[in-house]
Design a protein around this ligand. Structure first.
Ligand SMILES: Nc1ncnc2c1ncn2[C@@H]1O[C@H](COP(=O)(O)OP(=O)(O)OP(=O)(O)O)[C@@H](O)[C@H]1O
Ligand code: SF4
Ligand SMILES: [Mg+2]
Length: 330
């Protein structure tokens, strides 16, 4: 049984008098113990919205319109709030939030903040929780004596490490990491990604890593989902998606990534911007930006089809466009 199984998940935000923002639309995937899924897509495509839906940690105007999130076989939308709070969040599924390194309370010692996370969920003495907090800091490469320090005495990279320690404090089966390195310089970014990968392997955690950065996703993921306008447009093994991209949006994203191998090439971009999800385009949601669009694309929403074993693509022309490169944009 997969640790996490998501079936046809739909979550929309309600905007009074204007309608619904279709941020998460018909998303499905599975994740086994120790496996990693990278979700990549431009800003506003619904990546963070998907993550908070997986935690069932939704703002008041968000509504789940369908689908299931099965965590260790149990649908989180059918669990009482108390069970979610005490037994599920942080213990079974945990999250490093986007911008997390600024989320530590500024005037509480880092050790005390980790202690609070532990004692809220487990019946342990303050002394035991404090020792665990120190152990966790050590595990993420921070000297245990630093538990007595305040967040402002930490560098950005150390604060992010502390947030990782907190997310792992209750040994979760699934870790969601939403842009965990975006605000960091490249050297610290590489260290933090290595740390996440090492801990994931060590504890057999199922990892969902979210980033707009294709190179980060390529480096870290077993499986990859390319998300656009609230939907997975392509989903499969990292090898399939990156070496044999079949959706024009994936091709466009990859055309903008410099490669150290092969002969130098001019980088391309995808002209335009993702749509407003209050009123997404009819048909294929990518058609206004797609150089390969035909009439059918403007009328009919393509289904997500298994084009090759384990490789899913949402494009009417996926087969015809095999091997055709992205060649527009500056
Ligand atoms: N509470 C909310 N109410 C209404 N709309 C929202 C809310 N939160 C997010 N949205 C909208 O949902 C869409 C998806 O946003 P989301 O934050 O999930 O994107 P993202 O892919 O994580 O982007 P980024 O890469 O910038 O973090 C956007 O159009 C956003 O404006
Ligand atoms: S369905 Fe049409 S518009 Fe959409 S990605 Fe495929 S070719 Fe482009
Ligand atoms: Mg986000």
């Amino acid at each position: 049984m997969p640790v996490l199984e998501v079936q046809n998940l739909k979550m929309y935000y309600e905007i009074p008098f204007r309608g619904y923002v279709r941020a998460v639309d018909d998303i499905s995937f599975t994740l086994d113990k120790g496996e990693s899924l990278g979700i990549v897509g431009e800003s506003g495509c619904g990546k963070s919205s998907l993550a908070i839906t997986l935690m069932n940690l939704l703002p008041k105007n968000a509504k789940v319109f369908g689908g299931k999130v099965l965590l260790n076989g149990k649908n989180i939308f059918e669990m009482p709030d108390e069970e979610l709070r005490r037994e599920v969040r942080w213990k079974q599924i945990s999250m490093i939030f986007q911008g997390a390194m600024n989320a530590l309370h500024p005037i509480i010692k880092v050790g005390d903040q980790i202690v609070e996370a532990i004692t809220l969920h487990e019946d342990v003495s303050k002394e035991e929780a404090w020792k665990r907090a120190e152990d966790l800091l050590e595990m993420v490469g921070i000297d245990r004596a630093r538990a007595h320090h305040y967040p402002f005495e930490f560098s950005g990279g150390m604060r992010q490490r502390a947030m990782i320690a907190m997310a792992l404090a209750l040994n979760p089966d699934v870790l969601l990491a939403d842009e965990p390195t975006t605000a960091l310089d490249v050297i610290v970014q590489a260290q933090i990604l290595k740390l996440i990968k090492d801990l994931q392997k060590k504890f057999g955690i199922a990892l969902v890593l979210i980033s707009h950065d294709v190179s980060v996703i390529a480096e870290m993921s077993d499986k990859v989902a390319v998300m656009y306008a609230g939907m997975f447009q392509e989903y499969g093994s990292a090898e399939d998606v990156f070496l044999n991209p079949m959706h024009p949006y994936t091709k466009g994203l990859l055309a903008g990534v410099p490669s150290v191998k092969g002969k130098p090439r001019r980088l391309k971009s995808i002209p335009g911007a993702p749509p407003n999800l209050l009123n997404p385009p009819k048909g294929c949601r990518f058609h206004p930006r797609c150089p390969f669009a035909i009439d059918k694309c403007r009328e009919e929403l393509p289904p997500l089809v298994e084009v090759e074993p384990g490789h899913f693509v949402r494009c009417h022309r996926a087969e015809e466009l095999k091997g055709v490169p992205w060649d527009v944009g500056e």
